[in-house]
Design a binder for this molecule. Structure first.
Ligand code: BGC
Length: 386
């Protein structure tokens, strides 16, 4: 062996040792990151990475912790490899979560966007890698990178809330307080649109008088609102899905309200978290003699409020069904089949094939049957249940 060749061998030996070192460090690191701090990994013992990635918006609302729990229950004992990550209200964190899951080799992404429009970038990044994107509960808007949508009938949620207000108030000129979800959530539009379709004729004929939105008053003779018109009203009465913001708004509205906007009132509250906050404010105003307030999600705290007569109703969306549908879709895709859908939703760019689930109105009359007897929650979670 000549000197030059010996040097070459030495050099490549050095490179090889270096490479081996790097590989060993990478191996140790990947072994350590098998389970993320806010997620769940289960590879069914195959050690083959993650096949379905699930991204949920925030742990701060019981609704999404409930979804996480139901996903975990549905996945127990199955062979599917999944990981659940939370975005904590941040579209940037959401994008990062999607990138993490892409790097783990997911084939299907199930995602509830924090912000429907901002999530388009995350969906597009996944799509580029050949991943099938399923929007879960909230639609991702203005992109063609979303393949499927699994959802409750959100228009029907709003319709049911509005009908409840009509059925549970008496007389005419009933003060009506309107509240909405976050404008970054497409569902907030669907809920409000559904509610408006039922309430508008009753506002126009004087059964209700809107107490807290000049935009709604200006549009009270318009049966079908455009997206822009909806935006105007939602812009005034949004809670941003934040109970604190809901509470502050309710306080401001009651401070500003004239005497004829008090007494027996009706309140359209978009979901349970905001309903409880708003109800507490109305309950503490001595000029409010009674209130009917809507909700949505059947959160445990609101079921207790309903039993206690502090919240009038909730729209029960059985998350077990949504989880089953989403996982069923993911499994069909992994098996190379076309998932079953029941209709479609336009997301501003394309019609997204959708699977839709019905909702159930729950108040004190049927709370035991729908929530306890159905096995959704345990009776022992509540007090005062008859
Ligand atoms: C969901 C509701 C939830 C709300 C706030 C909506 O998109 O459909 O169930 O209460 O977001 O998180």
């Amino acid at each position: 062996m000549c000197k030059k060749e010996g040097l070459k061998v030495k050099k490549s030996l050095k490179r090889f040792t270096l490479l081996l070192g790097v590989m060993m460090i990478a191996f140790v690191l990947s072994a350590c990151s098998g389970e993320s701090s806010n997620g769940r990994s289960s590879d069914g013992g195959t050690g083959s990475g993650v096949s379905v990635g699930i991204v949920l918006p925030t742990k701060d609302e019981p609704r999404w912790v409930q979804d996480e729990q139901r996903f975990k229950e549905a996945l127990e004992g199955t062979k599917y490899t999944t990981e659940i990550l939370f975005s904590q209200g941040s579209p940037a964190k959401e994008k990062e979560n999607v990138e993490t899951l892409i790097s783990k080799g997911i084939k299907v992404l199930i995602i509830t966007p924090q912000d429907g429009a901002a999530a388009a970038a995350a969906a597009e990044a996944a799509k580029k890698e050949g991943i099938t994107v399923i929007a879960y509960d909230r639609l991702i808007t203005d992109t063609d990178a979303v393949d499927y949508y699994v959802t409750f009938d959100s228009f029907a949620v709003g319709e049911a809330q509005a009908q409840y207000l009509i059925d549970n108030t008496k007389g005419t000129g009933v003060p009506l307080y309107l509240y909405a979800g976050a404008a970054s959530d497409n569902n907030a539009f669907l809920f409000f649109q559904g509610a408006w379709s039922v309430l508008q004729p009753k506002i126009a004929d004087g059964t209700f008088k809107v107490a807290n939105s000049s935009e709604a008053v200006a549009l009270q003779d318009t049966a079908e609102l455009s997206r822009d018109q909806l935006s105007k009203i939602i812009g005034q009465v949004t809670t941003n899905w934040d109970p604190n913001e809901a509470k502050n708004k309710a306080q401001t509205h009651l401070t500003a309200a004239a005497a004829d906007m008090k007494g027996d009132v009706a309140i359209l509250a978009p979901n349970d978290g905001t309903a409880r906050a708003i109800a507490d404010v109305f309950a503490s105003d001595s000029a409010i003699t009674s209130y009917v307030v809507t909700g949505q999600d059947a959160e445990k705290a609101s079921i207790q409020y309903i039993i206690d007569g502090k919240q009038s109703m909730t729209v029960f969306k059985d998350v077990r069904t949504l989880v089953k549908d989403a996982m069923g879709m993911a499994v069909s895709i992994l098996d190379g089949k076309t998932p079953e859908t029941t209709g479609s939703y336009n997301n501003g760019k394309i019609d997204v094939k959708a699977k839709q689930t019905d909702v159930i109105v729950v108040d004190k009359n049927n709370v035991k049957k729908e929530i306890i007897d159905s096995g959704y929650y345990q009776a022992s979670d509540f007090t005062g249940l008859e």
